[in-house]
Design a protein around this ligand. Structure first.
Ligand code: ADP
Length: 633
């Protein structure tokens, strides 16, 4: 007997009913329609394709940008006795063939695929050959070329419709403006999709925006007043480290996280944070998508966010469990100028991009007509120094070159430390002897790396850490100390970015076809700046309403709990108190009255009247006589 979607929900997930709008989405798909769902994180998007995928014969193919997320989902399904597999990392043709053979005969219901995999003929042939019941595209906004979270690989997804024109596509995202929605529909060639959306900011999240002079102290106070886990977003890696240490000094349990850390450390930090009941993660935006911690009680932005969309995604990590949570944005008035500067550095015209591209090619000594397919690590600091470039501008330009397909960027972080001993042997030995900790590190460097007196040599900090049993952080500290003592000449090169030239160098000719897109990007930057400044500077009116309007939605009532709504309430109650006080004083002008008589004559809330009476009495504006009658002093 075939089970209904409700029965499947019950049997496999143990849930008694669908949440709105899950059922609508499922019905649309089952009746053969495309659908686009814009729902905040935690609203249960996965079930929208998992249930119909189980319900219908065939295989549901899910495209998702994050390997970790796919693996989680596959494990979750396997744990429910549903056969699923994920196609993530690069597999050789032989491996792929083997997986496909297994898949064909294995009774699988779900196939998770990274968008990059859709480039392979072998994968496409395979997808063509199987019975796909639905396509599900997770994080669909990544397809929008000028959206805030564009991923070039998502452009492969135009192939889905071509592979199986009749198979319904479900596009899912946690954030999309009307413009992005239109781009998703166009890029995926959705046919009259049924649209589903819910307020992108969950009801349980309270939005609080404050401009402060004492940002750090304020954040410490907020964090101390909280009980559960939290995320503090900071704008730079350096700040994530220094801010975390300030919070630690204030007695808070916290750690930092940024994109410059190696994978192993990132994983450890994340696991630690997930398992501790109340740890604060001080992080850059690299602490991002796929962070699935239900109990985050607060998210604090300590700076003005780059775009409304990224802000919404970041605050959406709070309160996934549906319990009350707070999203704070605490900024200093100088942050406004800093934000404007950041934005103006992202504002690039086609001429800037041409110039930048020339620098990039020259840096790697790529001759005209050459370079296609070549990959390099980019030490961004050194590159910017060489050409006197602002780093924000450089990163913005790299992203544009990536988006228009001239280079492919990979944020593969790593760092190189190079050093040379410049003190003579005797001075060095003396210094090392007096500091036993330094001695261990210094001697190991001398042992492992011959020639450190002759010239600068690249040092592998991990190897050194293994050899000495000292942590990388301590080694870095030791090296800095040696530098301060003029024992070594030290150089840190960060190779944050790995880039591949996708086309041969043709200077302006490479850029010219993209002039219009580059100009459009510049316009978007201007609009982002306008929208973000309007949000943080909004003096009155419900903030949630404004954000809803930004996404083309509207709330039936003001939220009543954002900083502006609270301010309004306070103002209203202050006005009411003033009115009550005036009435009391007038009534007592030529008579004394009991509390009951006063209440009778004043039509305001009894509690408010009592509170004002107490206040006036405390302030000695009124007095009470022996028979409990109030009179004017
Ligand atoms: P999203 O992808 O929108 O962030 P998920 O698919 O991860 O959300 O779902 C969030 C949580 O809600 C999961 O634990 C999921 O099992 C649960 N959930 C989803 N739908 C229902 C439902 N109808 N009833 C109860 N729990 C649900």
């Amino acid at each position: 007997m075939m089970l209904s979607p409700e029965q499947l929900l019950n049997q496999y997930w143990g849930y008694s009913s669908f949440r709105p709008p899950q059922k609508g989405i499922i019905d649309a798909l089952i009746s053969g329609k495309d659908a686009l769902a814009i729902l905040p994180t935690g609203s249960g998007k996965s079930l929208c394709y998992q249930v119909p995928g189980l319900f219908k014969e065939g295989i549901c193919v899910v495209i998702s940008p994050l390997v970790a997320l796919m693996e989680d989902q596959v494990n979750d399904l396997l744990g429910r006795n549903i056969k699923a597999v994920a196609l993530t990392g690069p597999q050789s043709p032989d491996e792929l063939t083997r997986i496909f053979d297994l898949f064909r005969h294995g009774g699988y219901k779900f196939l998770y695929i990274a968008p990059e995999r859709l480039k392979h003929e072998l994968v496409l042939d395979f997808l063509k050959s199987i019975h796909v019941n639905f396509w599900a595209v997770d994080e669909a906004h990544c397809i929008a070329q000028w959206g805030f979270d564009f991923r070039p690989a998502y452009q492969q997804l135009t192939v889905l419709r071509e592979l199986h024109p009749e198979v319904p596509i479900l596009a899912l995202t946690g954030t999309a403006t009307q413009e992005i929605t239109a781009e998703i529909i166009h890029a995926l060639a959705l046919k009259k999709p049924e649209m589903f959306s819910r307020s992108l900011i969950k009801d349980n999240i309270q939005l609080l925006i404050e401009q402060r002079e004492d940002v750090q102290a304020r954040i410490i106070a907020i964090a101390k007043a909280q009980k559960g886990s939290g995320i503090v977003y900071v704008p730079t890696r350096k700040l994530s480290e220094s801010f975390a240490s300030s919070l630690k000094s204030a007695g808070l349990d916290c750690a930092f996280f940024h994109g410059g850390m190696d994978q192993k450390h990132k994983q450890q930090r994340l696991q630690n944070w997930l398992s501790r009941p109340a740890q604060i993660m001080v992080a850059t935006s690299a602490f991002g998508m796929g962070i699935n911690h239900p109990g985050v009680r607060f998210v604090i932005h300590t700076f003005i966010p780059d775009a409304i969309e990224s802000y919404i995604q970041e605050i959406g990590r709070a309160g996934r469990d549906g319990l009350p949570a707070q999203a704070w944005l605490i900024y200093h008035r100088q942050d406004i100028d800093q934000f404007k500067r950041r934005k103006s550095n992202q504002l690039l015209n086609p001429e800037d991009i041409k110039q930048f591209y020339r620098h990039l090619c020259n840096y790697y000594q790529i001759a005209y007509g050459e370079g296609q397919g070549k990959s390099f690590g980019l030490p961004i600091g050194d590159f910017c120094n060489t050409y006197q470039l602002n780093p924000t501008k450089a990163v913005a330009a790299l992203n544009i070159l990536d988006r228009i397909g001239i280079i492919a960027l990979k944020h593969q972080y790593g760092s190189k430390t190079r050093l040379q001993f410049i003190a003579d042997n005797e001075v060095l030995n003396q210094a090392l002897e007096h500091h036993p900790g330094m001695g261990l590190i210094g001697r190991n460097i001398l042992r492992i790396y011959g020639g450190v007196f002759q010239g600068k040599i690249a040092i592998d900090l991990y190897q050194l850490a293994r050899k000495t049993g000292v942590s990388i952080e301590q080694i870095k500290e030791a090296l800095l100390w040696m530098e301060q003592q003029d024992l070594v000449d030290l150089e840190h090169l960060q190779t944050d970015i790995q880039l591949t030239f996708l086309l041969p160098r043709e200077d302006a000719r490479s850029i010219n076809p993209h002039t219009e897109l580059i100009q459009r990007h510049a316009q978007r930057v201007v609009m982002q700046q306008r929208d973000v400044l309007a949000l943080v500077g909004q003096a009155d009116g419900c903030i949630k309403q404004s954000l809803a309007r930004y996404f083309g939605q509207s709330l039936s009532t003001d939220c009543g709990q954002c900083s502006n709504c609270l301010k309004k309430k306070k103002q209203t109650s202050r006005n009411a108190s003033d009115a009550i006080a005036e009435l009391i004083i007038n009534l007592l002008k030529d008579q004394s009255l009991t509390i009951a008589e006063l209440r009778e004559n004043i039509t305001f809330d009894q509690e408010d009247v009592d509170a004002v009476l107490t206040y006036l009495h405390n302030e000695q504006k009124i007095e009470v006589d022996a028979v409990n009658r109030y009179y004017l002093k």
